[in-house]
Design a protein around this ligand. Structure first.
Ligand SMILES: Cc1cc2nc3c(=O)[nH]c(=O)nc-3n(C[C@H](O)[C@H](O)[C@H](O)COP(=O)(O)OP(=O)(O)OC[C@H]3O[C@@H](n4cnc5c(N)ncnc54)[C@H](O)[C@@H]3O)c2cc1C
Length: 414
């Protein structure tokens, strides 16, 4: 019986454990993290990998790997127990989680942070293309494929470079545009003479928040990037270097010389078949308190939760503060007094060492931290994103020393 069991050992989990321990009300030995993977990834770094901001593949492996990948136990207090197994089921009535090897763990409080699955198999032809080192198809949504993306961008000699967006939910929905702009910049730097960049998306607009949609639309237009709304990638024929998109019930064939794929994303299998999720397969929690709607000792945050916000690490950091406050209020028998209003942020690289920082909350309402820097792409914020945040992630988050947009200052409800 653990006081806290945390299902999943990714970004949300590391932040949660850091904040729980900072309250000094719980010993590390009272927490169990269940995570099958040996390595923990800083996923926002994968855009920089693919886009060449960290150099070539060999530069990355020699100089930057420590920023991108850590042993899972390094992202937690050394006395927190990590169970290197997969969660295989939930028994919320009996406060139990099942894990691989037919074992189970009992909890007082369960925090579910299982992320979201990328489903490359859902696009026929994609796995064959992306696994083939000679096929110019890559994706920043997996580390090995991001390394391949880096290589195919550098080797691109001209022609059609195609980038797609998947249907929502997509973690970091701005990432497909980031890699597109970084690729465009590399083509120019590498002296590629004849190239055309196009962006295909199932959504009707390029970004869900009108202010940023206008800025991003203008940036794309200024570079001659074609933007194709309501086009959904359905299949690929790698031999013909052709991608197919569904548009108004017709199939459109597009030839490519380079293709970046954002894969469809879906809740992890173990959640989809469990009792703790909504109809879409995400953990069914209150959108303000982050407490489960039916089981009060179950909580969730991050990409696997039903929160109707944009799925990002920045959102997760904000949620972790609300959750830790509310969980201790519940333990103390007090009302849950902290509310999450959907804060999320998406820093979009747009080339020329600049970045557009998009910050918003539920219903796409603006929620900006630096309004004077957010009306156009900023070099200062680019530097912060490239150099500062990966190090904050590595050193501060696991220690509970990072309060999201409050930086290192504890919010007053805490
Ligand atoms: C290319 C890319 C760029 C991004 N850029 C940004 C950005 O610039 N800014 C930003 O804020 N966010 C960004 N994100 C999004 C951010 O990385 C995620 O939103 C964040 O990692 C979510 O944290 P999480 O803990 O919910 O999920 P994850 O960090 O994915 O962790 C989920 C964990 O659950 C584990 N797990 C899965 N199934 C099981 C199981 N059955 N049993 C036990 N464990 C399991 C996984 O192994 C994983 O460790 C980006 C993501 C990508 C892919």
């Amino acid at each position: 019986m653990y006081k806290f069991v945390i299902a999943g050992g990714g970004s949300a989990s590391s932040a949660m454990v850091g904040h729980i321990l900072r309250t000094r009300r719980i010993l590390p030995s009272e927490i169990l993290v269940i995570e099958p993977c040996r390595y923990h990834h800083y996923q926002p770094g994968w855009t920089m990998v693919g886009g060449g901001l960290l150099g070539s593949e060999s530069d990355i492996m020699k100089k930057s790997l420590f920023l991108l990948q850590q042993n899972t136990e390094n992202m937690f207090h050394p006395k927190v127990e990590i169970l290197q197994k997969e969660v295989t089921g939930f028994d919320p009535e009996n406060n139990k989680v099942f894990v691989s090897g037919n074992e189970s763990v009992t909890y007082e409080n369960l925090i579910v942070t299982l992320g979201i699955d990328t489903d490359y198999k859902a696009i026929p032809g994609l796995v064959q293309a992306i696994e083939d080192p000679n096929s110019p198809v890559g994706s920043i949504y997996k580390f090995p494929y991001a390394l391949k993306m880096n290589k195919i961008i550098q080797e691109f000699k001209g022609g059609n470079a195609i980038f797609n967006m998947a249907p929502q939910p997509v973690k970091c929905a701005g990432a497909p545009q980031k890699i597109m702009h970084l690729a465009y910049e590399s083509f120019q730097k590498n002296g590629v003479e004849k190239f055309k960049v196009d962006y295909y998306m199932p959504q009707p607009v390029i970004f869900g928040v009108p202010k940023y949609a206008n800025i991003l639309k203008n940036i794309a237009a200024s570079k001659g990037i074609g933007v194709f709304p309501e086009h959904q990638l359905t299949r690929i024929e790698p031999e013909k270097r052709t991608a197919y998109f569904k548009h108004s019930n017709t199939e459109i064939a597009v030839k490519y010389d380079l293709l970046h794929v954002t894969p469809p994303q879906r809740p992890v299998d173990v959640l989809r078949k469990s009792k703790i999720v909504d109809a879409a397969g995400f953990v069914d929690i209150d959108k303000y308190t982050l407490q489960h709607k039916k089981y009060p000792n179950i909580w969730s945050l991050g990409d696997c939760s039903s929160l109707p916000n944009s799925k990002t690490m920045a959102a997760t950091m904000s949620q972790s503060l609300i959750l830790v406050n509310n969980i201790f209020k519940m333990i103390d028998g007090k009302p849950l007094n902290a509310k999450y209003y959907g804060y999320s942020s998406c820093p979009i690289f747009v080339g020329d060492n600049k970045l557009l920082l998009c910050e918003f909350k539920y219903d796409g309402v603006l929620d900006e931290s630096f309004p004077h820097l957010q009306n156009s792409p900023s070099r200062l914020l680019f530097l912060a994103k490239k150099y500062f945040f990966p190090r904050v992630y590595l050193h501060l988050i696991k220690r509970g020393w990072w309060y999201g947009r409050n930086l290192i200052f504890r919010p007053n409800f805490f």
